[in-house]
Structures are given as structure tokens and as C-alpha cells.
Design a protein around this ligand. Sequence first.
Ligand SMILES: [Zn+2]
Length: 333
Amino acid sequence: MIDLHLHLDGSLALEDFEFLAKRNGVNLGKEFPSNVYVPKGCTSLEEYLTRFDLPLSLLQDEYSISYVTKSLVNRLYNKGYVYLEIRFAPQLHTLKGLTQEDAVKAAIKGLKEALKDKKDFDANLIICCMRQADYKTNRESVLLAAKYKKDKVCCLDLAGPEAFKTGDKYKELFDEADSLGVDIIIHAGEACGSDEVVRCVNLLHPQRIGHGVHLELTKENVKLVKEKHITFEFCPTSNLQTTSLPNYESVPLLEFDKCEIPVTINSDNMTVSNTDVIEEYRHLYKTFKLSKDQVLHFLKNSINAAFIPQKEKEYFLKVLDERIDKFYEEIKK
Ligand SMILES: [Zn+2]
């Protein structure tokens, strides 16, 4: 399996919460562990995002950031994943004196420690800017993505509440990132509609769009995203929980695919959404009766859209061919 859209702070194991709460003197609250999952009856992305406050309160020092990064990689490697891109916003880890750069270095350290003893597996980090943050704070994140791009940071993202529109506001930031040779992802078309996706595609140089499920597949839009070679990162369960989509049937997986727009299947937040990529494939398999070839096709879309060298892509494409029977059996369970 592969996960290209996986937020670190939304994917802590319950044991990570317990361990770090004790270590860092944080009270997890009487409701733990139910307070780490999406709130019951959640009606919006904004409400969903409140579930990041508790994990973030635990992740304000270097040790804790390294620890959870390592823990996440180890868990997914043990589940048979072959490749991961883990994203986080270093600016959200500076409440107790860390700089954004300290946070980035700590995540890199945890990642490298986890990768040390693993074969047929790789993982990289994505630095997120936040929609609600000011220009200066986000620019620091942009410069860190450029500085560490040869050191396990593979790209830059824009995340956070989509009410903070529009693409225009971030143009200068992402122009600079692009000029520095940084690869770019933009969260868009999750809580917002098609126009925001189109604006972001036109203005912010993305190679991938996080979510984008609300892109209207008009002739013009299809031509635009195909010309720009955009891959979409779908995270179905998360979209249902934020009420961005009403049900799995409405995930436009096959519609995008029919237009030959590359779509990938991801978890978004393993803990907040209480899911993983295997579970996401399971839902879509059940909903759309996906064949083994279709599953392999979507997994290959992920490798083709990964920010890794061509040689590594070819290697992982071969690994997928070898493991597809096992993956397919797993999602049929
Ligand atoms: Zn996301």
C-alpha cells in the first residue's frame, strides 16, 4: 500500500498519546480515547479540524515529533506499506519555543531512524503552509521546504480551513516556492467548490491537489488539469466525515478516471478519521466492485505521482506487480 496524503498530527497511535501525555505532563481528558476521533455528528471541516488540538499539544518538543514520526513509519511498514509521504505544518509546533526549523529537523531525524533498518520501503516528508497563517510564517515554511528538499522533504503543501480563500492570497508565496524548485501540493476542493480548485491550479503551480473532489469535470477543467499533469489525492472517509461528500457512491473516482485524470486513494488522518489506506480501498472496492486491475491502476497512480526519482518509481511499480494479489485479497476481507 501507499499513502501520499497522510497528516502526522492526525495519525498518532493511541499508545503514542498515552506515552507522550505521561512524558509531557498533558492531560488527555476524561473522554480519551473518544476525543481523538472525529466528533459524532461532525458537520464541517472546521469542526473536524478541532481534533488536532490535543495531538498538537503533545508535539511541541523535538523528542515528541521524532517519536511520532518514527512510530507512524514503523506501524505502516509493519502493515506492508511500500511508500509514504507524511505531511505536517512545522509552524504548529512552535508553541513552546521550538522554531519551525527545529520541528522540521526533528521530523527528519525520526524518519531517518525509522528508515534505517527497512528494505523495499521508503518515506518522505511534506511541509504544510496553513491557510489561516500570516505571510511571514508561511514564507518561513516555504524556505524550509527549499532548504531540506534534498534531505527527505519532498514537497510543500497548503492546508487548513478552506474558508480562508482564495488562491490569489498565496500566489506570491507559491511563486517563490516554484522558483526555488520546490514541488507543490494544494488542499483544495474539499470544503470548497470547483472554482477554488481551478483558481489554485491556475495560480499556485501544484502538481497534486489534496482532495479536489468538487472539481466539475467540464471540458475546460479536464483540459486544464490534464495539460498541467495534476494528480488528485482522494481521501473518501475524511470527506464523508466533514460532510464534503454524502456517501462513498458519490466519490468521483471512476468519473475522474474515465477522463484520464490520475486519482490516488489515501487516508488523510488515520486516527481522526479512524481509517487507513487499506480501509479506504476496502470501501471503494465494495462500492464500485473494483477489479484487481483497477486497484493496481490506482496504486500505480500513487507511485507515478510520488515525489521520488524515476528509478525508485520503476522499482516500486515492480514491487506493486509482485504484491498486488496479496493487497487485493486484503481489501476483499
Ligand atoms: Zn489533508
